[in-house]
Design a protein around this ligand. Sequence first.
Ligand code: HEM
Length: 362
Amino acid sequence: MASAARSASRAFLRATPATSSFRPAARSTRFAVTNFRASARGYSSEAGSEKSGSSFGIWAAGLGALGAGGVYFYLNGASPKGPFVPTQADYQKVYEAVAQRLANETDYDDGSYGPVLVRLAWHASGTYDKETGTGGSNGATMRFAPESDHGANAGLKAARDFLEPIKAQFPWITHSDLWTLSGACAIQELGGPSIPWRPGRQDKEVAACTPDGRLPDAAQGSRHIRDIFGRMGFDDREMVALCGAHALGRCHTDRSGFDGPWNFSPTVFSNEFFRLLVEEKWSHKKWNGPTQFTDKTTSTLMMLPTDMALVKDKGFKPHVERYAKDSDVFFKEFSDVFVKLLELGVPFQVKPEDRFVFKASE
Ligand code: HEM
């Protein structure tokens, strides 16, 4: 498990009751990681530290067609030095910068920005509509109002702001690639499975913002879950696997109105969300807030109405039980479906078999 997750979860555990059912999640060993350092090219850090020139927008505008993974022109005085084509090694450097920042910035929430980065990647991607081909991670339109102000996106400014120094350090990467790469990085650094990733997203302008209402409403039930995720092209099994990301993070009253974490280790990716759904007894929380559920054992954990729908619904429940029983199966199926989510609607030049598997921190 990466050190950021370790120290953050230690901090959280100190504050959790002795009745905690926390069991540390082992990093899945099913996924091989590749060491890309061997293929690092000399010029990558040079370009990475180059500041974006005022003429960059003009150069960048003409580059869409070149786009195999993104091309960045940088200027030397008045004349262009030529295109900078980032390699796998360059993206690995971005990964390492995000991982480093995650390890350094522990004075946030339960000790990690990881969960909110995962939520940013998901909300950027989950606007996809398979009928119209609109939305999805290609565009990073949540940079703009009205999308940034959509109720479902409350609190995600923290994640966007967290990534701005990385964007400044690597100006050649698009926001859309950076947000999704960071979601993959957060899953890996918090002890989750490898998330193979490929570049190629282009940022779009405000006109491409999606209408409000494309992301799920936690107060609803299984029909709503199928409507929302069906619009993106997911089946029952995939919907359940995706919701397992609620192993991470928490609800905030000043964001969604809901309150609390789903388990005792909110900075460690695990199958705890499913285990608790199956094994714990959940009752309505008595409070002056939206309907949510609390665990009988400690009354400190929470489930959303949509989370409870996963164990109530006949189509969803068998998958919840499978994932509760077998962490390796969950890790594998989550990885596959999270990759699919981050890629919805993106016109890639890089083939699926050439996806990068980033090396996680020690
Ligand atoms: C029915 C589907 C879903 C609903 C209704 C839902 C709803 C919510 C809500 C209400 C919050 C709390 C936000 C806050 O107050 O800060 C939240 C947090 C979160 N969600 Fe979901 N979610 C869903 C699916 C997903 C999926 C598919 C993922 C990722 C694959 C995901 C990842 C997360 C993460 C990591 C957090 C924690 C964020 C933090 O700690 O700041 N969720 N979700």
